[in-house]
Design a protein around this ligand. Structure first.
Ligand SMILES: Nc1ncnc2c1ncn2[C@@H]1O[C@H](COP(=O)(O)OP(=O)(O)OP(=O)(O)O)[C@@H](O)[C@H]1O
Ligand SMILES: [Mg+2]
Ligand SMILES: [Zn+2]
Length: 249
């Protein structure tokens, strides 16, 4: 394990001077452990935009009570980990802080428990798997999937934005079922509202569509598997990006 170069206790050597019963000695410095967490954080693939997202700077706003609830559930999840029996499915409209909250959870897990966590944008993951089929690419499918299947906590961000072809559903089902069978924790964020479909077939056969639901996107079987694997956190709030902009003018 590597020491932290700017550590004041050991000047980055990894060994700190100690007084051992009157004699000068050295002992391993605790910054080596910090650097394990740091290494995990760096390897977790968290996009630069979200690298500073922590539970501490996830701000609940009084007019949106679900934010406070969501933060409490997230903090409890971190406290209880690894004694949690399910992952989390974070649902809510655009810009309410789903990705921020999910990233802050894996951040805390890596820092506190040195948990192996991996972030993947769902679309990006599909793209990488697809391009790995390309014989010219150096990586193969398994190399990309290995951390996705094996890591202790997987954060799949923005599920359902991809048009669900059979291939997309199969790939998602494969990942989810594998992690479920291995009892590994999965955190998922999604924009799709849950609940009854508002899509109706009229007697003349035409379809009136409302907003598409998660079940319509990923299918009933996968949705029910997700519910078995994850506790749901629902956030309903205004778009944070818009609120910040408005506050500036
Ligand atoms: N409660 C909050 N406290 C502090 N910052 C927040 C909060 N909610 C959102 N933000 C910030 O607002 C921006 C948008 O949040 P985020 O990307 O997490 O939203 P999202 O729900 O994932 O949106 P999308 O559906 O578009 O993926 C981010 O920069 C995030 O850090
Ligand atoms: Mg997001
Ligand atoms: Zn040190």
């Amino acid at each position: 394990m590597e020491a932290v170069p700017e550590c004041p206790d050991c000047d980055g050597s990894g060994w700190k001077r100690m007084d051992l019963a009157g004699r000068q000695g050295v002992a391993p410095c605790s910054c080596r452990e910090q650097s394990k967490a740091q290494q995990l954080i760096e390897a977790a693939r968290i996009p630069p935009r979200y690298q500073e997202c922590l539970l501490e700077n996830f701000l609940p706003r009084r007019k949106h009570p679900t934010l406070g609830k969501a933060k409490t559930m997230a903090s409890r999840f971190v406290e209880e980990y690894p004694l949690v029996d399910s992952g989390l499915l974070i649902l809510g409209p655009c810009g309410v802080g789903k990705t921020h909250l999910a990233v802050s959870i894996i951040h805390a897990l890596m820092l506190r428990y040195e948990t192996w966590c991996v972030f993947y944008d769902f679309r990006e993951l599909l793209k990488q798997i697809q391009s790995s089929f390309n014989a010219v690419a150096k990586t193969n499918e398994w190399q990309i999937l290995e951390p996705v299947l094996q890591c202790e906590v997987l954060l799949l961000d923005d599920l359902g934005t991809e048009r669900p072809t059979d291939w997309v559903r199969d790939t998602f089902a494969y990942i989810i079922n594998h992690r479920y069978n291995q009892k590994r924790t999965t955190l998922i964020t999604s924009n799709f509202q849950d609940g009854e479909s508002t899509r109706r077939k009229l007697p003349d056969g035409s379809v009136v569509s409302g907003e598409e639901t998660l079940a319509e996107r990923i299918g009933d079987r996968l949705r029910s598997r997700l519910y078995e694997m994850c506790k749901v956190i629902r956030i309903s709030a205004d778009d944070f990006r818009v609120e910040i902009k408005q506050a500036q003018y």
